[in-house]
Design a protein around this ligand. Structure first.
Ligand code: NIG
Ligand code: FE
Length: 429
């Protein structure tokens, strides 16, 4: 595990090349290199190009090949690691019964209004010990890694009190230390109104802004602040108030915006210069155009629309409106209990009129941009982290084509193989 690796003879090297979000028509260009090679040294990408050219350069420079693990990727496509830029993966308990209730006709917001939903997970997360949250967190990260995810965002928001919100963020910081998957932390203290503040949303926001947010900022517990800006949760004015304070304290901001009702969340994200506006199922035309103009990443979560049987966000219109679109799972115990990247590819390409090439950009470079990391991850470019996915097929086109099944054979994190499908010890009897 020295972070030195050479991958050669890849049938397709999908570099996605770029150091900032790709907007509109730029999302189609994957900067493909046939018969490609990548050199990773001490965890960072040192060269990428045609195998012949890269090999020639290594020889000319007298590189000691014995210092490198060499992988032959003949017949395989090689891509940047996927970036899942919107999840809620640290939580206690499950809400399997709600899935059945929704099948019988109850809506997500009805379940929430009668004390189920987010508040249900809040109870279980408050009760859970850090060790319990770590144990389930590791299992979930392992699963994400097997789908090719090398960086994930995780949100708090299942505490709605000081202690549990901080516990969730600390668990993510600890997981980041021990797990291969890198974790970007988001403070989502304003995810719902807890029982003891019902009808007193302003007082709850005051509590979060005075008692919790400064501590989160001072101790670097989160890089982003998010809010559920939604009818019957937090209004646009309330969201503006919290997020403006978060910005003053040095956090970057994100929003759960226009998910269920067209409230003006997209417009607010543009006004505040948010790094991303997420969900956007009901975003207005003007809100979408504003996101494009402001360079706010539109993060779409088709797994949630699918799971809640809602219409999908207008991905095609967003890309055509010159937005930078990212795709993510929204993995959470309620509205979308899945970490499946193949499912997201299937939904985006089959139901949102997003092309395969655009979907790849959305799950790599634009996901990185939604986490303010486009200069460090999300593409195969010299200087970036050596986070790579090797498929068991010769082309990226197999990703959505093999519907709902992972095509990932190996995952490389900072130059080391950290997942290998062939070595999972599956026995055939
Ligand atoms: O992104 N919409 C609000 N938050 C999450 C769901 C969280 C939950 O139901 O536990 C979402 O869909
Ligand atoms: Fe979410």
């Amino acid at each position: 595990m020295n972070g030195n690796m050479i991958i050669k003879n890849a049938s397709e090297l999908v570099t996605v090349s770029g150091f900032q979000a790709k907007k509109g028509s730029e999302m189609t260009d994957l900067h493909l290199i046939p018969d490609g090679a990548v050199v990773i040294q001490e965890g960072l990408i040192k060269a990428a190009g045609k195998t012949g050219d890269v090999w020639g350069k290594l020889t000319r420079e007298g590189t000691d090949l014995a210092l490198f693990d060499i992988l032959d990727a003949r017949g395989k496509a090689v891509l940047p690691g996927f970036v899942d830029s919107h999840t809620h993966f640290v939580f206690g308990g499950y809400r399997a019964e709600e899935f059945g209730w929704r099948l019988r006709g109850d809506s997500y917001m009805e379940i929430m209004a009668r004390g189920g939903g987010i508040v249900n997970t809040v109870k279980a997360t408050r009760k859970a010990s850090k060790d319990e949250l770590m144990a389930t967190g590791i299992r979930r990260l392992d699963s994400m890694l097997s789908f090719g995810v090398t960086t994930v965002e995780g949100k708090s928001g299942y505490g709605l009190d000081r202690e549990t919100e901080i516990k969730q963020l600390e668990v993510m910081a600890d997981l980041d230390q021990i797990h291969y998957v890198d974790i970007a932390r988001t403070f989502l203290g304003a995810h719902a109104v807890p029982e003891n503040y019902q009808g007193r949303e302003e007082a709850f926001l005051d509590f979060m802004m005075v008692e919790v947010l400064p501590e989160v900022a001072d101790h670097n517990l989160a890089e982003f602040c998010d809010i559920f800006c939604e009818k019957n949760v937090f209004s646009v004015a309330q969201s503006r108030r919290l997020l403006s304070r978060a910005k003053e304290l040095g956090l970057k901001v994100k929003l759960h915006a226009d998910e269920i009702v067209p409230l003006g969340g997209a417009e607010l994200a543009a006004e505040l210069g948010a790094v991303s506006a997420d969900h956007l199922l009901q975003a207005s035309d003007e809100g979408i155009r504003a996101l494009g103009r402001a360079g706010v990443v539109a993060t779409l979560l088709p797994g949630t629309a699918f799971s809640l049987k809602e219409p999908y966000a207008r991905g095609r219109f967003m890309i055509d409106s010159n937005c930078a679109v990212a795709l993510a799972t929204d993995f959470n115990p309620g509205s979308c209990y899945t970490e499946s990247i193949p499912l997201i590819f299937a939904l985006a390409t089959l139901y949102m009129e997003i092309s395969i090439e655009e979907a790849i950009t959305a799950l790599t470079l634009n996901g990185a941009a939604a986490l303010a990391r486009a200069e460090k991850i999300g593409s195969i470019d010299v200087g970036k982290d050596g986070d790579i996915v090797i498929l068991e097929f010769p082309s990226y086109q197999y990703i959505p084509y093999h519907i709902g099944v992972s095509t990932v054979e190996k995952v490389i994190k900072k130059g080391n193989v950290v997942f290998d499908k062939e070595k999972r010890g599956i026995s055939y009897c």
